[in-house]
Design a protein around this ligand. Structure first.
Ligand code: SAH
Length: 298
């Protein structure tokens, strides 16, 4: 399996400044790359959250040498308040959220995130609950499909694709990534050389829809910001414009509110440098935004 190289690690450390120690929460621990960096650079303890049990298994192995300096929690980061409450923790010394899918999820066979292989159309990050992409594709109406593909995939041929999906599923349920990709490719007009596979946007849309990736992102960021000790920071890394827009607006709103609870530290998003882009394809569309808590808990 291809290793997961954490994105924008140096930049994350620069904002989070774990050098003085303290408790950090990694809301998307994944394979543990960022958590490892925090621990190696001085964090006393990290709580690592992930909704994917397979990610936690990988993180547990990768972080074993840190012993009880790491606690791994199987949960959705949108339940951050409950996670911290249950541990009697009021504030943390820094928070990180590296959104989206890990290369483990994307590259491991059988998860259904990629159309590069033919496999069951699942796409759930949390494999213990919820509907799969195949379920959604089977039960949604044509307008629901079109709207989701348009909104989450920014796909201009969303209506055609939705129509093709509904026609195809009448013949036979769409159960695999290969069949869905073929349906989408046939539905989209061909224009000579194509830089990306025509199925890319539809697959992104379904993934976001299945995992409700944009839902409650704003409330999560507000909750995380409230949990920062004064002077502590939150770093958020996104991989597509829909997410980045929410992060940008939510952080700005927190900075501008009547109680102006944070200061935004990144006027423009921080993006990877040439060197990182050369070595890590996952970094290509990464954007980092950071904010600092400026008032004490009230
Ligand atoms: N920073 C990690 C990689 C994170 S990849 C590393 O260095 O290894 C993003 C991770 O976020 C994935 O493992 C995914 O399962 C997780 N994730 C995405 N949405 C989530 C949510 N709502 N709650 C908890 N984890 C989530």
């Amino acid at each position: 399996m291809i290793g997961h190289v954490p994105v924008l690690t140096a930049e994350s450390l620069q904002y989070l400044q774990p050098g003085h120690g303290g408790l950090f929460v990694d809301c998307t621990v994944g394979l543990g790359g960022h958590t490892r960096a925090l621990l190696e650079h001085g964090a006393t303890r990290v709580i690592g959250i992930d909704r994917d049990p397979a990610a936690l298994t990988a993180a547990r192995a990768a972080l074993a040498s840190f012993g009880d300096r790491v606690e791994l929690v199987h949960a959705d980061y949108r339940t951050l308040d409950a996670i911290l409450d249950a541990r009697g923790i009021q504030v943390v010394d820094g928070a990180l959220a590296d959104l989206g899918v890990s290369s483990l999820q994307f590259d491991a066979p059988g998860r259904g995130f990629s159309f590069q292989r033919d496999e069951p159309l699942d796409m759930r990050m949390d494999t213990t609950e919820g509907e799969t992409a195949a379920d959604l594709v089977a039960r949604s109406t044509e307008p629901e499909l079109a709207d989701a593909i348009y909104a989450y995939g920014e796909e201009r041929f969303s209506r055609r694709i939705a129509r093709a999906i509904v026609a195809a599923r009448r013949e036979q349920p769409i159960a695999t990534t290969g069949r869905l990709a073929a349906i989408v490719r046939r539905a989209v007009p061909h224009r000579g050389y194509q830089r990306i596979d025509p199925a890319t946007r539809t697959f992104q849309a379904l993934r976001i829809w299945v995992n409700r990736e944009l839902e409650g992102l704003d409330r999560f960021l507000e909750a995380a910001a409230r949990r920062l000790r004064a002077g502590a920071r939150i770093v958020v890394i996104t991989f597509h414009s829909l997410e980045d827009r929410i992060v940008k607006h939510t952080l700005r709103a927190l900075a501008a509110g009547a109680d102006a609870s944070v200061a935004v530290l990144t006027k423009k998003p921080v993006v990877p440098g040439e060197g990182e882009l050369e070595h890590n394809p996952r970094a290509r569309s990464a954007k980092l935004r950071a904010a600092e808590r400026i008032v004490s808990q009230g």
